[in-house]
Design a binder for this molecule. Structure first.
Ligand SMILES: Cc1cc2nc3c(=O)[nH]c(=O)nc-3n(C[C@H](O)[C@H](O)[C@H](O)COP(=O)(O)OP(=O)(O)OC[C@H]3O[C@@H](n4cnc5c(N)ncnc54)[C@H](O)[C@@H]3O)c2cc1C
Length: 404
């Protein structure tokens, strides 16, 4: 399809992380001339992402999933175990994907493999130009946004998708403020080998410092996200591999047997942040440029992929109508599509995390009662499971398997 904006791109995506790559593939795959500007990460991301069913469907529809499916492990069962040792403890809750007629809630994959598959797909699209550079300044003006790169080159387009992460330069250029709060918690991440099968089960132990979550990887491997208070994290992160393996085995009650830790640890300070608007001045925010939530319940990038699919859907529809793809009405439709999904999930995860940290007995009791009800009341359990993997709020078309 010829590009109505002449030689310049129709859209610029800033940020080559998973959200930016997905947005660029969505736009270019549907025929829009797109430029992705991204910097290579300085170090390998050793985290993993649990992708829920809708995200996997979208990646399948975009031709990405076949490139990385072999590196992903299914999540068939999710367990929540109260390991707080407190007086009012919640019952163990076990969710099984077959209760809601799914083979798996989703798949867990190392970010490194996911990003490699996205890059491979992006590299094969004729409408997508990838520029490895840093955006130094962003200037919205009239009917376009102009970015200036470190190399001195300038690019302009009627729509800019800001996927430049939590410290987004593009968001600042759009004049969008952020509501942000730091938790006094950090997440320690590491991949593990173990001697017993994980049985396609992720287990989230709720401890007084936060969740300790084992998520399956293919074979006898799992990833660990261990939320700790900063002082504890400093001590544990300094352990040698054998000491760390022993500590993890103790904290996991040996459910996956003897543990060996793989090279590469990550330490992530936790915070919650939500942009007050998801788009202004021809700039749409996706992924962590729009929202940051703690790694509890594996929601962050699943939200980011829904952002990318939503702005892609709206921009492509405007392009096909011959209208301005960066116009205010496109950005306000994007805001309406994304706000309820982002808002409810941020609230739920924030509440769950806070009830875990509190020493206030009645709140601990309420949390226990909530989990007890989820455990015992079948329709409530299934509603919670469905909402976790496929939100009731408007799902973008890609998440339903419809190509744009
Ligand atoms: C411990 C942990 C575990 C997690 N587990 C899960 C999970 O299981 N499931 C889930 O859904 N989510 C999970 N998340 C959340 C998920 O990791 C993030 O949502 C995701 O990585 C954000 O992707 P992004 O593309 O928005 O941002 P990023 O990955 O931060 O990418 C931003 C990119 O923009 C580039 N950039 C920045 N500024 C510029 C510039 N000026 N010019 C050019 N490029 C620029 C950066 O180099 C980077 O490549 C987890 C998070 C943590 C901390």
């Amino acid at each position: 399809m010829p590009d109505k904006y002449g030689d310049g791109p129709s859209a610029i995506v800033v940020g080559g992380g998973p959200a930016g790559l997905t947005a660029a593939i969505t736009l270019a795959g549907a025929g829009l001339a797109t430029v992705l500007v991204g910097m290579r990460p300085k170090r390998r991301d050793n985290r993993t992402t649990a992708l829920f069913a809708g995200s996997v469907t979208a990646l399948e529809t975009l031709g990405v999933w076949p490139l990385c499916a072999a590196q992903a492990a299914p999540l068939k069962i999710m367990r929540i175990v109260d390991d707080t040792g407190r007086l009012w403890r919640a019952p163990e809750v076990k969710f099984s994907a077959d209760e809601i007629d799914l083979d798996a809630f989703g798949y867990n994959i190392e970010n490194f493999h996911l990003v490699a598959a996205l890059e491979q797909r992006a590299g094969a699209l004729a409408n997508l130009r990838i520029v490895e550079d840093e955006v130094r300044s962003v200037a919205p003006h009239g009917d376009a946004v102009t970015v200036t790169l470190k190399s001195g080159a300038k690019l302009s387009a009627p729509l800019l998708i800001a996927a430049d992460g939590r410290r987004s330069l593009c968001r600042a250029a759009a004049g969008i403020a952020v509501d942000e709060r730091d938790y006094s918690q950090v997440a320690l991440t590491v991949c593990l080998r173990h001697t017993r099968s994980h049985h396609d089960t992720s287990t989230e132990f709720h401890t007084p410092s936060g969740p300790f979550t084992l998520v399956p990887l293919p074979g006898l491997r799992s990833s660990l996200v261990w939320v700790l208070d900063p002082a504890q994290a400093e001590v544990i992160a300094a352990f040698n591999d054998a000491e760390l393996a022993a500590e993890i085995e103790r904290a996991s009650h040996s459910i996956v047997g003897k543990i060996t830790v793989e090279p590469g640890r990550g330490v992530f300070p936790l915070s919650v942040a939500t942009a007050r608007s998801f788009g202004a001045k021809r700039i749409a925010l996706v992924g962590e440029a729009a929202h940051v939530i703690p790694p509890i319940g594996a929601q962050g990038l699943n939200l980011g992929l829904r952002d990318a699919a939503s702005i892609g859907e709206l921009a492509i529809a405007a392009h096909r109508d011959g209208s301005d793809i960066g116009a205010d009405d496109v950005l306000s439709a994007y805001e309406k599509m994304r706000r309820p999904d982002v808002g409810t999930r941020t609230l739920a995860i924030d509440l769950l995390n806070r009830t875990l940290l509190t020493d206030f007995l009645p709140v601990q009791g309420m949390r226990g009662l909530g989990l007890y009800m989820i455990d015992r009341i079948g329709p409530l359990r299934r509603a919670v499971m469905r909402e976790g993997v496929q939100p009731a709020a408007a799902q973008p078309r890609l998440m339903r398997g419809e190509a744009l």
